[in-house]
Design a protein around this ligand. Sequence first.
Ligand code: UD1
Ligand code: CA
Length: 453
Amino acid sequence: MSQRSCLSIILAAGEGTRMKSAVPKVLHTIAGLPMAAHVVKAAEAAGSGELALVIGHGADEMRKAALKFAPKAEAFVQEKRLGTAHAVLAARAAISKGYDDILVMFGDTPLIDPEALAAARLKLAEGAAVVVVGFRTENPSGYGRLIEKAGKLVAIREEKDCSDEEKKITFCNGGLMAVAGRHALKLLDQVGSKNAKGEYYLTDIVEIAAAQGLDVVATEASFENALGINNRAELAQAEGIWQQRRRREAMLSGVTLIAPETVFFSHDTEIGADTIVEPNVWFGPDVKIATGVKIHAFSHIEGATIASNCDVGPFARLRPGADLRTKAKVGNFCEVKQAIVEEGAKVNHLTYIGDARIGAGANIGAGTITCNYDGYSKFFTDIGEGAFIGSNSSLVAPVSIGKGGYIASGSVITESVPDDALAFGRARQRTLPGKGKELRERFSQAAAARKKG
Ligand code: UD1
Ligand code: CA
């Protein structure tokens, strides 16, 4: 199959007003990735080499976004929204280059299964001119119905053009279509707009091809392939299905999810076997987790790299640039940003580590803060191997603590500390015997006097 050339045309010129958003519909995200990018990924996974993106509303924003998720895609603008066939023809220049296979997908249908696309391409390879990916549903309302005669697909009828009899059909058009490149333009150019909506329907090429004796085939795929997103409730529904799939995939690859329905992955989360994820954990983009890691409950993790056998949380926040090396530990109510926590180092309680390196085996006491920002610039804190930072210390960057350095708790450290030194950065304690009692008596007498007066 891979030797057959393939162009994927992704239609994304929809208005999407029901999202009630300033953002074009297909740029709303599932698992942190724009829905159109999910469609692009599916096309690529099905071996489609070339991509054409048909855009309309919000064209500039779409172009900019597409540079990120589909840098090789050619964008075509459909000036007026005259129907799905008209939209496909906006990419006429791309189609004219000549491909064996043309796939047409909708940008607002993010759960497309690459296998459904591959199966459709296989039918083209076997000689079909048009392949429609259908699905069965008890509630076909709103979908185009697949009209079959003697077991052969002969037409797709849009809901609004259906007779009462046809409305009962439960085999529907999911919106994915594969067309033999050599027939595509000829078929599309014959599509007219005599229908209830006055639109140029892509679906009409089925009837046109069938009437010409070309081979037209319907394949069947699951409902998710057809799940089009029109509002934020459907967006959440798609997110839910995506997360469910990803959790299952993670578990089958050796990750323990104690309460899978409470763990949320990003589209690009990498997570190794024998990692255990406790309930209520959120993974933002760009997270890589090796094997045997424990992520305790209520942790929020993004842009972080976590090496094997680390221990994170509960209630840990790892932000972009957090780099935990083997067996490092970041405990409850700790935030780590842009910092390397080297092998076996421990940051256990109530701590902020930002723009820093923490040497192997160092121990960071409760309430330690790296003061990395003066309101204008960020500064670096370097903590040497095996250092001990006493609780409630502020390390005012730029500053470095040498190997084996020891910081007395409650210190404000503004000057670098050499290897193996002990540093105090706090006022010396004074203890005045009997003074506490004396003070209490004085205050209580003053309060009584005020009440009387
Ligand atoms: C379409 C199909 C229907 C199918 C359903 C599946 C047609 C005529 N009908 O109906 O058979 O069951 O999808 O969800 O194809 N678009 C453009 N430009 C246009 C018109 C549409 O880019 O001029 C894009 C939209 O952004 C959208 C997609 O094409 O992503 C589908 O258009 P829409 O109007 O939603 O078609 P449906 O009526 O849902
Ligand atoms: Ca639709």
